[in-house]
Design a protein around this ligand. Structure first.
Ligand SMILES: [Fe+2]
Length: 206
């Protein structure tokens, strides 16, 4: 078994005008695919050959000797999570996610403002995450391929901050790309699904 290259959960042009078909064709079809292909090449003939992508990410984290595998596998995982974090008609969170955001940030506007600031202040390539931390939601950014799953955190939603994610459509205007995500593309239904899964796991462990 090899790591699978997942299809997009929407058409290449479904996020237009915010993210173009050209960006999606390159970002998903070239960048994401290369991370998956590189991961498969690096695990062939090793004890990780049949492991799940999550297990490969965790097993290769934090060691110089497996840095190339970690970078490719973590990027494969992050991108698969990113596509699910987007949808053609974004909107505002509801239900349990809305309640968790209001517990943590008082209002959704304050959350979006904090998420935008963190995304803008992040230097270089990386990711902006909404994470579950106990009963609350936190915002964090990670550099390059780093993913919160190796730190035992539960991601709810992510935004790709690599230039390959927005340069064709927004050039150097990262702020406009971040704002398009927050106002038009964020898939809060996916965040709610992740929140529910985390709550069920917690209940099962108690
Ligand atoms: Fe990317």
């Amino acid at each position: 078994m090899t790591v699978q290259f997942p299809a997009l959960p929407f058409a290449n042009d479904a996020l237009e005008p915010h993210i173009s078909r050209a960006t999606m064709e390159t970002h998903h079809g070239k960048h994401h695919k290369a991370y998956v292909d590189n991961t498969n090449a690096l695990i062939t003939g090793t004890p990780l050959a049949d492991a799940s992508l999550e297990d490969i990410v965790r097993a290769s984290a934090g060691r110089k000797s497996t840095a190339a595998l970690f970078n490719n596998a973590a990027q494969a995982w992050n991108h698969a999570f990113f596509w699910k974090s987007l949808r053609p008609t974004g909107g505002e969170p509801r239900g349990a996610v809305k309640a968790a955001i209001e517990r943590s940030f008082k209002t959704f506007d304050r959350f979006t403002s904090a998420f935008a600031t963190a995304s803008m202040e992040h230097f270089g390539s990386g990711w902006a995450w909404a994470l579950l931390d106990g009963e609350k939601i936190k915002i964090a950014t990670t550099s390059n391929a780093v993913t919160p799953i190796v730190r035992g955190k539960t991601p709810l939603l992510v935004l790709d901050l690599w230039e390959h994610a927005y340069y064709l459509d927004y050039r150097n205007k990262r702020a406009d790309y971040v704002w398009a995500f927050l106002t038009s593309l964020a898939n809060w239904a996916f965040a709610e699904e992740n929140l529910r899964t985390a709550s069920n796991l917690k209940l099962a462990a108690e």
